[in-house]
Design a protein around this ligand. Structure first.
Ligand SMILES: Nc1ncnc2c1ncn2[C@@H]1O[C@H](COP(=O)(O)OP(=O)(O)OP(=O)(O)O)[C@@H](O)[C@H]1O
Length: 222
């Protein structure tokens, strides 16, 4: 599903962030991406979203070489991926329903489908009865769950998260990561960038560690 072959990345005028990285994450797998600050975790996620290009090597997602993806096909490609950020970037002047509905509306889905999908997504994260509330009335963990509902509302094949528990206490972090695990158990491929050693130890998932531009991964993930 996700395959990096000798991928190198450097930003203009800077030395390499990633050097000949190899990774194989199969369909339906879940893994944690870790490493010190500045190691390139966000860069790797951005490359998977085609927000950043690869400098050298090959990055394949679902059999598609991203460097050959035409510009006009990028929006459709991104709709197959759900993304969760640490600062969930919710629209504070819109209620939960509108926050989650937005991507479906932009994609031109009929109203009735938008209604049912948004309700189902908010139900999955335990906020199905709070559709008309505004983000400001929610706790940090609840806001993060709205971010997750928004990421999964279009039933993506791949779910990426960048430090999704960064601002949360351990109990809420457990809840959020268990939610990701549920999606993984239902067949979604999940990759989460995290610094949280407690979660890394607790979850017992394959750990992909970036350091000094290299990726250290279990042998069957290289
Ligand atoms: N757009 C950019 N232009 C130039 N350099 C960048 C850009 N984005 C990131 N970098 C540099 O690339 C390196 C990797 O950054 P990245 O954000 O991928 O690391 P990270 O592992 O996600 O870090 P953190 O854990 O602190 O979020 C850093 O040295 C950063 O300064």
């Amino acid at each position: 599903m996700i395959r990096l072959i000798n991928v190198t990345k450097h930003y203009p005028g800077r030395h390499h962030v990633l050097r000949e990285v190899n990774l194989h994450l199969r369909k339906g797998e879940m893994a944690l991406l870790t490493g010190p600050s500045g190691a390139g975790k966000s860069t790797l996620l951005k490359m998977l979203l085609r927000l950043e290009g690869v400098s050298n090597g090959t990055l394949m997602v679902n059999g598609v070489d991203l460097s050959t993806l035409k510009r006009r096909h990028i929006p459709a490609y991104r709709r197959r991926i759900g993304v969760v950020f640490q600062d969930h970037k919710l629209l504070m002047d819109r209620d939960l329903f509108s926050n989650v509905a937005l991507t479906l509306q932009v994609a031109g889905l009929p109203d009735r489908q938008v209604q049912s999908r948004v309700r189902a997504a908010l139900d999955k994260v335990g906020l199905g009865d709070r559709l008309r509330e505004y983000p400001a009335t929610l706790s940090g963990g609840e806001q993060q769950r709205v971010g997750i509902a928004r990421a999964i509302v279009h039933t993506p094949e791949i779910l990426l998260a960048d430090e999704p528990t960064g601002n949360l206490d351990p109990r809420l972090s457990n809840e959020i990561l268990d939610l990701f695990r549920d999606f993984h158990h239902h067949g979604t491929t999940v990759l989460i960038a995290t610094h949280d050693q407690g979660q890394i130890d607790r979850l017992g998932l394959p750990v992909l560690r970036l350091e000094g531009g290299r990726l250290h991964a279990p042998e069957d993930h290289q």
